[in-house]
Design a protein around this ligand. Structure first.
Ligand code: SF4
Ligand code: SF4
Length: 133
């Protein structure tokens, strides 16, 4: 039987270089997302799709961000320029609840002072030792 994963610490997104908008994976958009984004940008749905859909899957899914690429809607100050109309994929995402823990580890490392980082690592090591016993 596999052990329950450790709960991950919540982070302060304002102190993060928006890693999730850069590398967390693709962002898929539904018809509803496209309607909302097109309206927000003053475009027709067709014009929005022509300009902003960067990938289409064989199954017909549409994406505004490709995996491992920076989202086209992230500005130079790391702000989402369509925040009020952002897709459902973005609204539901926080790295501390993502299936893959990698991004959370990087984001946590970037915003944790070294002394606190060492304490976290010591706690993790102690937890691993306790689980092995
Ligand atoms: S990677 Fe995590 S901490 Fe950074 S902005 Fe995204 S959810 Fe917030
Ligand atoms: S739409 Fe906004 S929140 Fe979503 S990935 Fe792009 S910049 Fe980030």
């Amino acid at each position: 039987m596999s052990a329950e994963p450790e709960p991950r610490a919540k982070l302060d997104c304002l102190r993060c270089p928006s890693l999730c908008c850069k590398v967390a994976g693709y962002v898929q958009v539904s018809d509803h997302d496209i309607r909302r984004l097109a309206k927000f940008l003053g475009l027709t749905r067709r014009a929005f799709e022509a300009k902003h859909i960067v990938e289409r899957t064989r199954a017909g899914k549409r994406r505004i961000k490709a995996e491992f690429e920076t989202c086209q809607f992230l500005d130079g100050k790391r702000r989402c320029t369509v925040y009020a109309a952002r897709p459902k994929d973005c609204r539901g995402y926080v790295c501390w609840e993502a299936a893959d823990p990698t991004l959370h580890r990087i984001a946590q490392f970037l915003q944790t002072p070294i002394v606190a980082q060492q304490e976290i690592e010591a706690t993790e090591r102690a937890g691993r030792r306790a689980r092995r016993q």
